[in-house]
Write a protein that binds this ligand. Sequence first.
Ligand SMILES: [Zn+2]
Length: 238
Amino acid sequence: MPWINCAVGMKRLLPIFAGTFLIAPLLAAQVPAAPVARPARFVVVLDAAHGGSDNGASLNGEPEKAFTLALSVRLRSLLAARGIAVVTTREADKDVTADQRAEIANHAAAQACLSLHATESGLGVHLFTSSLAPAQPARMVPWKTAQAAWVARSLELAGVLNSALAHASVPVILGRTGLPGVDSMTCPAVAVEIAPLTAAARTPGHAAGSLDDTDYQAQVATALAAALLEWREGSSQP
Ligand SMILES: [Zn+2]
């Protein structure tokens, strides 16, 4: 797996909910008598995997890091056009550690994070969620396994992505694995690995359904955007 090479996070404690308890009395003294309920801002984090000195896989001679960044840019504009706020982990060809990716996602308080990968192996799109055992939310959670409390939601997100891709006639393989970066994220998070659409599309060139086929790229990106729109609608329901 390409991400096995990623740096493994340091042991740290992440005080997810600590602030809620500590500052609540102060806020209580300051809020208006009739506070207006405002829905939480819906934010998606797009994590273009690899970058800088980490090329990722070689895709017919092209580095995976370039493909993931291009997909992130394409998907960001699709989401922006649909009114979805996007935070990205990188906008250029630079090194970003697994810890930094998780820090960006956690700071954004995202409702979904897609970690984007690509491979010449397999077909269609592979959706990986963390292999951590689901855990109950707690005030303090270990940094390296913070995703444990979100695994159930991440599996739901993978299900929505799976449906949208299937609707777009893209085959999907679902899996679970250890994911440095994702394992430290405190949000629904799925690694999305794009593979060629068909076995024939693996041959070098611009065959339909190959990774460098812009129609195929658009097909996948549009399906992912549709899934995130559906996810937003589901998230806004009481
Ligand atoms: Zn990768």
